[in-house]
Design a protein around this ligand. Structure first.
Ligand code: GDP
Ligand code: MG
Length: 294
C-alpha cells in the first residue's frame, strides 16, 4: 500500500479546483470562471487499488498581499507545501503570466518534488502549439514530470493519477475507504452558497462577501441548515438580496438543489445577509470565518 499528500498550486483560474474534482471523481472544491474562488485549503482523497492520495487544493497565491485576507490566503498556500510528498504546479496551456512566474519563485524553497501540469490543452487543436511553452519551462527547475492535460475534458487525468500513485511512499491509508472529502458538511454548505453567489453577482462584489454556516441539523431524512452571508456595506446587502429578495432566493434554491443532489435527501436551507464593515481586513473576523494565517 502507498499513501501520501499532493498539493495543487498555481495562480488563480488555471483550473486547480477543476483538476482536484477530476482526480477524485467528485465535486469537492467549488469552481467558477472568476479568480479567487478558493479561499480555503480543501482536501479530496483519491482511492486506488493499492494507493491513496490526499490532495490539498490551495488558495491561489497573490502577489500583492496588501489586505489581511490576501495575506491569509498566501500563508495558507505556502504552509501547505511543507509537508507534502509532491506538489503539482498547474499552469494554463499557451499562457505564462507574471503571476505564474511569482508562484514558480515561491516554489524555489520547496524541497518536495514538483511536477508541472499544463492544463486546458483542449483549447489547442494542434498540440504542436504547446511545444514552445514546454521548451521554455523545462529548464526553469527540476520537474518530477511534465504532464499536459485537460481537467475539464478529463484528458490525461487518469495518466496523472497513475503517475502520482507510483510516486507516493509506502504507508497505510490516511482516510477510511470511500471518504472523498476531508472537511465537514457545514464547510461544504458555506462553499456551495458562496459558489452560487459568485456565479450570480457582478465582478467586484463576491470578494467582499463570505458565507458562514451557523447551524446544521438532521431531522429524520431532512437536513436543516442556516447560513449567514456577510458583506461589508449596506449597499452590498441590497444587491445580494435583490429586488423583492429575488437574488437571494435564486442563490438559495440553486445551493439547496445541489446539496440535495449531493446528500441524496431533502434539504431546508435558510440564508441571511448581514453587514460587517471591513471584514476582509480584520484578522479576528478572518479567523472566525475560517481563514488561516492573517
Ligand atoms: P482555480 O482558480 O485554479 O481553482 O480554477 P478553477 O478550477 O476554478 O477553473 C477556472 C476556470 O477555468 C473555470 O471556468 C473552469 O471551468 C476553467 N477550466 C478548468 N479546467 C479547464 C480545462 O481543462 N479546459 C478549459 N477549457 N477550461 C478549464
Ligand atoms: Mg480554485
Amino acid at each position: 500500500m502507498r499513501s501520501g499528500i499532493v498539493a495543487i498550486v498555481g495562480r488563480p483560474n488555471v483550473g486547480k479546483s477543476s483538476l482536484l474534482n477530476a482526480l477524485v471523481g467528485q465535486k469537492v472544491s467549488i469552481t467558477a470562471p472568476k479568480p479567487q474562488t478558493t479561499r480555503h485549503r480543501i482536501q479530496g482523497v483519491l482511492h486506488g487499488d493499492n494507493a491513496q492520495i490526499v490532495f490539498v487544493d490551495t488558495p491561489g497565491m497573490h502577489r500583492a498581499a496588501k489586505k489581511a485576507l490576501n495575506k491569509a490566503m498566501n500563508d495558507a498556500a505556502s504552509n501547505s507545501l511543507h509537508y507534502v510528498d509532491l506538489a503539482l504546479f498547474v499552469i494554463e496551456a499557451g499562457r505564462w503570466t507574471d503571476e505564474d512566474e511569482a508562484v514558480l519563485e515561491r516554489l524555489k524553497s520547496v524541497k518536495s518534488p514538483v511536477a508541472l501540469v499544463i492544463n486546458k490543452v483542449d483549447k489547442f487543436s494542434d498540440k504542436n502549439d504547446l511545444l514552445p511553452l514546454m521548451e521554455k519551462l523545462a529548464p526553469l527547475r527540476e520537474w518530477a514530470f511534465v504532464m499536459p492535460l485537460s481537467a475539464l475534458k478529463g484528458a490525461n487525468v487518469n495518466v496523472l493519477a497513475k503517475q502520482l500513485m507510483e510516486r507516493m511512499p509506502e504507508g497505510p491509508p490516511l482516510y477510511p475507504e470511500g471518504q472523498v472529502v476531508g472537511h465537514d458538511l457545514s464547510f461544504t454548505i458555506s462553499e456551495m452558497v458562496r459558489e452560487k453567489l459568485m456565479r450570480s453577482l457582478a465582478q467586484e462584489l463576491p470578494y467582499a462577501l463570505t458565507v458562514e454556516t451557523e447551524a446544521v441539523e438532521r431531522e429524520g431524512g431532512l437536513l436543516k441548515a442556516s447560513a449567514i452571508i456577510w458583506v461589508e456595506r449596506d449597499g452590498q446587502k441590497k444587491i445580494v438580496i435583490g429586488e423583492d429578495g429575488a437574488m437571494l432566493k435564486r442563490v438559495g434554491t440553486a445551493a439547496r438543489r445541489e446539496l440535495e443532489e449531493m446528500t441524496g435527501g431533502k434539504v431546508f436551507l435558510k440564508l441571511w445577509v448581514r453587514v460587517k464593515e471591513g471584514w476582509t481586513d480584520d484578522p479576528k473576523a478572518l479567523s472566525r470565518f475560517g481563514y488561516e494565517g492573517g
